[in-house]
Design a protein around this ligand. Sequence first.
Ligand code: ATP
Ligand code: MG
Length: 414
Amino acid sequence: MTVELIAVGTEILLGNIVNTNAAYLAEKCAGLGLSCYYQSVVGDNEERLCGIIETALKRSHVVILTGGLGPTKDDLTKECVAKVLGRALYEDSHSRERIASYFEKRGFVITENNWKQAQVPEGAIVIDNDNGTAPGLIVTEGDRHVLLLPGPPGEMKPMFEKHMAPYLNRLQPEIIHSITVKLCGMGESMVETEIGDLIEAQSNPTIAPYAKTGEVHLRVTAKAVDEEAAMEMIRPVTEELYRRFGGYIYTSREEVTLEQAVVTLLEERNLTVAVAESCTGGMVAARLTKVPGVSRVFQRGFVTYSDDSKHQLLGVSGETLKRYGAVSRETAEEMARGAAAAAGAKVALSVTGIAGPEGGTSEKPVGLVYVACFVEGAVEIREFHFKGNRDRIRESSVANALTMLRRCILDAKH
Ligand code: ATP
Ligand code: MG
């Protein structure tokens, strides 16, 4: 069953407000097992609104409209739906009473145009609005269903949850359920190549790769009668992904982030960590400290931007800085060793690089970043060449540093 979303309002068209209703409804509809092939935005204009409703009814089973249900003249949604479906409008006495009591409770004065909101197309199911005055509406015509919801998200969302979602659920008994298998330390194209055969052969469940900074997420989605049945179908696919990617997968739980996985690993191994950062300016520490309970493993973070601070706080030797420069394997290593020693931590991570846009040379171009990871005496150092602007280079540095930290802990002998 297909669904189509139409947001009504000139202010959305002009970019004055963001169409968050579409994002919300698209996600909800996907979860309900509906396939959404079209979304549109149309201004408060009768001709164009009627046009898009007609088009939508030709190609989609369910059409959901938000906005334009209010009391003013430019609120036209209901009128246009009635016109397209050839239904007359009449005053729904129940809605009239609700509107009257809504105003009375708040001590507001009703103006004549408010009664417009009690007008409904013939044959429509009227849905109470618990958070405003304009009721929602469901109008069916053959196998087509038109759902009308108020524009304000605070009214639309509760109405959708309480009334529209159960209605759609009855129309479409199958649900869609997904889980996300999250990988780090392997690029998107490599991941796709490794599972090309699975992607090719897929129909239900499907596998969709999403590239994130320094990570790849594989979303496995199944359509089934209920969540349990969907999980039955998803399980063999995730097992196959674990067989192929093993240690590159850091979680298959929706709520677990890379930093969360790293913190859990540190806790399991009874390790404490310190961080020394130059070009990331504290971003690695910020990501780690996003995790609740991180104080059990996080010792301290150093933001050592200048050569002086690298020397004074981390003990990087003047000789190293002079000979190899602040952005070098040698400095990265001394930063990591120094951070571990200064903090008394068993594990330390350091990052030093050139985030640009200035400061690059032909030998040390913008995007060159060294990450060193110290684990109980041993240090591993890696050289990276990141692309993009300053923000991207810094974010890539953080993600790859965390990935390296995870890898080094896993590889360490315990
Ligand atoms: P009202 O009775 O408030 O006029 P309405 O159903 O007529 O409600 P609109 O007038 O279209 O809705 O929009 C009212 C407000 O709702 C907008 O100013 C905006 O803040 C919010 N809104 C409308 N449509 C959307 C949307 N698609 N995404 C996010 N917010 C929206
Ligand atoms: Mg309005």
